[in-house]
Design a protein around this ligand. Structure first.
Ligand code: GLN
Length: 455
C-alpha cells in the first residue's frame, strides 16, 4: 500500500466521525495528502525511515509551522507559530505524516476536554461521556481510529487518564526525556510529551523518534540513560518481575469494577510469572494538594506572556496599557484558566510563599522519596490509572474540586518525574479501564516490557 492510500483512509474516517466527536480542531486534508505523497516519493528512492508514512495527530499545544496553534484558547485564536516544536521536527524527520491538531482542555487545564474554547470532545465508546483530558482529542481520535497514533502532553495525567478512559495506550516518558521546546508551557517542571496509540509497540516506536537531548531546551537531559525501545517491547517476559501494589491506590471510594479489573490484571501478571508485592507510598494522600499549588504557580508565571501585545488576542480600543492587559486577558482566558492563574499568583505572593509554594515543594520531595524507597523493593509499580471510568458530559463542570480528583492516581508520577504508562485492562460500566505502570526514572524499558507482556 502507499502512504497516500493510508492517509486517505483516515481522512475518510475523520470526515465521517469528527462532526460527532470533535476530536480534531484543525485539519487540512490537502496538506495531509501532500505529506503522504512526499513520503511515498521518499520511499521510492530510499530505505523507509522509522515512521515512514505513519499518520500522527498532535494536540493543539504543539507549535506547528503549518496551520494554527491555539491551545484551544480564545487568547491564541488564529495564532500561527513561527516554528515547529522540536518533537514535530523529529516526527517529520522520521517520515511521519502530520494529520492535524486535536482538541484539548484550554492550556491543558482539565480532565475532561470540556474547558476547550472550541467545544467539548466526546468519548467514542459513549458520546454522552467525556474522553478524559486534557489530551481528550488525541485519545478520542486514536480510540475511534481517526488516526493510528497521536501525541499528547501530560502535566498531571493528561496522556494517561484520557488513554485509560478511551481504552488506548498512553506513555508519559521520564521528565527530561523529550524536548519541551515549542510545546506551549503549562507547568514547566511537570509537562512532558508522549505518544497515545493502540499498542505498546507503537508507543515505543514513537517515543524512540521524539526523545533525545535538545540543546535548545534546558529541561531536556543531556546524558539520559538510553533505552532500546523495540527490544523492551519484544522481551515480553514477566518471569521474576517484582510488581509493587501500593495500598494507597486501592481505596474505598474508587469504582468497584475499576478495582476488580486492575486486580484481575495483576492476577494475570502473577500467572505470567510476576511476583506481586504489597507496598506503601505514604505521601500519596498529599499529591493532589501539592500539585494544585505547584502547577497553578508555574502556570501563573507561564501565562503572563499573554498580554495582548506579543501573542494572540487583543481587546478593542484599549484606553491605556493596563486596560489593554486586563481586558485582553479577561476576554481571552476561560474560567478554569483564570482560576489557575489566581490560585498560582496567590500561592506565590509575598507572605504566602512559605506557607504554600515552599510547603508544596517539600511535599514533592517526600513523594519522590516514597518512590525511591519503593523501587528498592520492586522493579515496577502497578495501579489503576483513574479511580472511575469516563463520566457524563457536564457531570463535574460545576465542581472543580471533584474534577481535580480525577487525577488522584496520575499526579504523583509527574511530581516525581517518573515514566508512566496506561493500557487497557477491562471495563467498568461498559467503559474502558486503564492499568497504570510506573517505573523508576529512565526505566521506560521496564515499563514497556511489562506492558507488552500484559498486552
Ligand atoms: N487534570 C490535571 C489538571 O487539570 C492535569 C492536566 C494535565 O496533565 N495537563 O491540571
Amino acid at each position: 500500500t502507499t502512504a497516500v492510500k493510508v492517509a486517505q483512509l483516515y481522512l475518510d474516517r475523520i470526515a465521517a466521525f469528527n462532526d460527532t466527536l470533535n476530536a480534531f480542531v484543525h485539519i487540512d486534508p490537502a496538506h495531509v495528502l501532500a505529506q503522504a505523497e512526499a513520503s511515498d516519493k521518499y520511499r521510492a528512492k530510499h530505505d523507509a525511515r522509522p515512521l515512514e508514512g505513519l499518520p500522527i495527530a498532535v494536540k493543539d499545544i504543539f507549535c506547528t509551522q503549518d496551520g494554527p496553534t491555539q491551545c484551544c484558547s480564545n487568547i491564541l485564536k488564529d495564532f500561527h507559530a513561527p516554528y515547529d516544536a522540536e518533537v514535530i521536527t523529529k516526527l517529520k524527520e522520521a517520515g511521519a505524516v502530520l494529520v492535524g491538531k486535536t482538541n484539548m482542555d484550554e492550556f491543558a487545564m482539565g480532565s475532561s476536554t470540556e474547558t476547550s474554547a472550541f467545544g467539548v470532545c466526546r468519548n467514542p465508546w459513549d458520546t454522552n461521556c467525556i474522553p478524559g483530558g486534557s489530551s481528550g482529542g488525541s485519545a478520542a481520535a486514536v480510540a475511534a481510529a481517526l488516526t493510528p497514533a497521536a501525541l499528547g502532553t501530560d502535566t498531571g495525567g493528561s496522556i494517561r487518564q484520557p488513554a485509560a478512559l478511551t481504552g488506548i495506550t498512553g506513555l508519559k516518558p521520564t521528565y527530561g526525556r523529550v524536548s519541551r521546546r515549542g510545546i506551549i508551557a503549562f507547568a514547566s517542571s511537570l509537562d512532558q510529551a508522549g505518544p497515545m496509540t493502540r499498542t505498546v509497540k507503537d508507543s515505543a516506536m514513537i517515543t524512540a523518534a521524539i526523545s533525545g537531548h535538545d540543546p535548545r531546551d534546558a529541561t531536556s537531559v543531556a546524558d539520559a540513560p538510553a533505552v532500546d525501545w523495540l527490544a523492551a517491547c519484544e522481551s515480553r517476559d514477566m518471569k521474576g518481575l517484582k510488581i509493587g501494589k501500593p495500598k494507597e491506590y486501592f481505596v474505598d471510594g474508587m469504582d468497584a469494577e475499576v478495582r476488580a479489573s486492575v486486580e484481575a490484571a495483576l492476577k494475570k501478571c502473577e500467572e505470567l510469572g510476576a511476583e506481586i508485592i504489597d507496598i506503601s507510598l505514604p505521601n500519596t494522600e498529599h499529591a493532589v494538594a501539592a500539585y494544585y499549588v505547584i502547577a497553578p504557580s508555574e502556570a501563573s508565571a507561564n501565562l503572563s506572556r499573554y498580554d495582548g501585545v506579543r501573542f494572540g488576542h487583543r481587546c478593542e480600543n484599549p484606553e491605556d496599557l493596563l486596560d489593554m492587559y486586563t481586558r485582553s486577558r479577561d476576554e481571552g482566558f476561560g474560567s478554569e484558566v483564570k482560576r489557575r492563574i489566581l490560585t498560582g499568583a496567590f500561592a506565590l505572593s509575598s507572605g504566602y510563599y512559605d506557607a504554600y509554594y515552599l510547603k508544596a515543594q517539600q511535599v514533592r520531595t517526600l513523594i519522590q522519596q516514597d518512590f525511591i524507597q519503593a523501587f528498592e523493593q520492586v522493579d515496577i509499580i502497578a495501579t489503576p490509572t483513574s479511580p472511575i471510568p469516563a463520566f457524563r458530559l457536564g457531570e463535574k463542570t460545576d465542581d472543580p474540586l471533584t474534577m481535580y480528583l480525577s487525577d488522584i492516581f496520575t499526579i504523583a508520577v509527574n511530581l516525581a518525574g517518573l515514566p508512566g504508562l496506561s493500557q487497557p485492562c477491562g471495563f467498568a460500566n461498559n467503559l474502558p479501564v486503564g492499568l497504570q505502570w510506573i517505573g523508576p526514572a529512565w526505566r521506560e524499558d521496564t515499563v514497556l516490557s511489562a506492558a507488552a507482556a500484559y498486552e
